[in-house]
Design a protein around this ligand. Structure first.
Ligand code: F6R
Ligand code: MG
Ligand code: MG
Length: 388
């Protein structure tokens, strides 16, 4: 069995929150190389999207392994020391606790892991996002695994025809539910259509039970109880054979879907698929970016990466993202560009609102009544039985 572990964190930005410094990425490579030399890792690849560093690792120790998680944590801690020396912006931003306690989940960094039986040939794609939230992959995952207009294999390939199983997490209540496609798609959409609360954690091939996709669902604000930066999620997707083809996995990103994140983690903006060389969100700290690195697995070795969005086939999506960005930006501080109020609770806006709390004056009863709904008013006007 091979375990794929992608663990990521923002440990300092260069310049501002726009990019990762090359020395930090080099440090990541040195640490993982040492771990490979001492036999902990089979292979690794260190990459980035914006100000987040992604440690892509393979090993044989299973998911949630304490030594692999400690390696990631220690690498982020060392990286933070260097970030502080270089005075990078927000050094150690995603490290929300002081000491490692056995598993990186709940400590700030995001993680996606899967233990698999490596196939004869096993193409995988690692997605890396910046300036957006966990849940941002809900719509693309639905299209990949449940929408025949995106994935013709669901209709015409025998291996995909039975469909898939989605494991959805309720990030507020800390619960999970398993729903099958195609039979449960309406139920599934009730939940995953609300990505601020529900996120697709895993997708399995229904007939064989094999895992096909895993995304990071770690929500920084839920861990910290306040806004401390965006989740900037990652996702691993296995392709071909029993799973959607590489091109079916990438096809959802020909549309620049609107996600939450962008400036101050408080805005809706288009998710722009980009080549690694363009993974440095600057315009209004965005727009949110997505990179896709493709690998072939060979006995746990990562053959690659191929920079999958480095393809003119995504030029239109990038253009669309810029158009949508221009349009949304015109709304300035108004919804729906700015996130709805429930989401703003987890941003810096709540402290401003608190300051003005005492200045709100109760409306007199009759004015309060005039601001109720028509239905309420009709009810108010109904003569009561006693009066009659
Ligand atoms: C969004 C993001 C940036 C910052 C913004 C303010 O995920 O990282 O948009 O929120 O640049 O940053 P601070 O508050 O660190 O000055
Ligand atoms: Mg940052
Ligand atoms: Mg980031």
């Amino acid at each position: 069995m091979v375990t794929l572990s992608v663990i990521k964190a923002d440990i300092g930005g260069y310049v501002g929150h726009s990019e990762s410094h090359p020395e930090i990425l080099d440090l990541g490579r040195e640490e993982l190389e040492k771990a490979k030399q001492r036999g902990l890792l089979t292979d690794y690849h260190v990459s980035h999207c914006g100000d987040d560093m992604f440690l892509i690792m393979t090993h044989s120790l299973g998911e949630g392994n304490v030594n692999v998680h400690r390696l990631a944590w220690d690498t982020f801690v060392k990286g933070t020391e260097l970030a502080k020396k270089l005075k990078l912006y927000g050094a150690g931003q995603d490290l929300l606790v002081d000491a490692f306690s056995g598993n990186i989940r709940g400590m700030g960094p995001g993680s996606a892991e899967m233990e698999i039986e490596e196939r004869q040939s096993d193409p995988i794609i690692v997605f890396m996002a910046d300036k957006t939230s966990s849940g941002a992959f809900n719509l693309p995952l639905y299209k990949m695994f449940a929408d025949p207009f995106n994935t013709p294999g669901l209709v015409i390939a025998e291996t995909l025809h039975d469909g898939f199983v989605f494991e959805v997490w309720d990030l507020q209540e800390h619960k999970r539910i398993t729903l099958k496609t195609p039979e449960d798609i309406y139920d599934l959409l009730v939940f995953i259509g609300a990505p601020a609360r529900y996120a697709v954690k895993r997708v399995f091939h229904k007939a064989s039970g094999e895992i096909s996709a895993c995304s990071s669902t770690d929500k920084m604000s839920m861990i910290a109880g306040r806004y401390v930066g965006k989740d900037d999620p990652t996702m691993i997707v296995r392709c071909q054979g029993n799973f959607p083809a590489v091109g079916e996995v990438l096809e959802p990103f020909t549309t620049a879907w609107i996600v939450e994140g962008w400036m101050r983690g408080s805005h809706h903006g288009p998710l722009m698929p980009v080549a690694l060389r363009d993974a440095h969100p600057s315009r209004f700290d965005g727009p949110p970016r997505l990179v896709a690195l493709g690998f072939q697995l060979a006995d746990g070795k990562l053959i690659g990466p191929r920079d999958m969005f480095d393809d003119p086939g995504y030029d239109e999506a990038r253009k669309e993202a810029n158009k949508v960005a221009n349009y949304l930006r015109k709304h300035g501080p108004f919804e729906p560009h700015r996130l709805p109020l429930e989401e703003m609770e987890y941003t810096t806006m709540s402290s401003v609102a608190k300051r003005l709390e005492a200045e709100w004056i109760d409306l007199p009863i009759e004015e309060a009544a005039s601001s109720t709904t028509i239905a309420d008013q009709q009810q108010l006007q109904q003569p009561s039985a006693e009066v009659e």
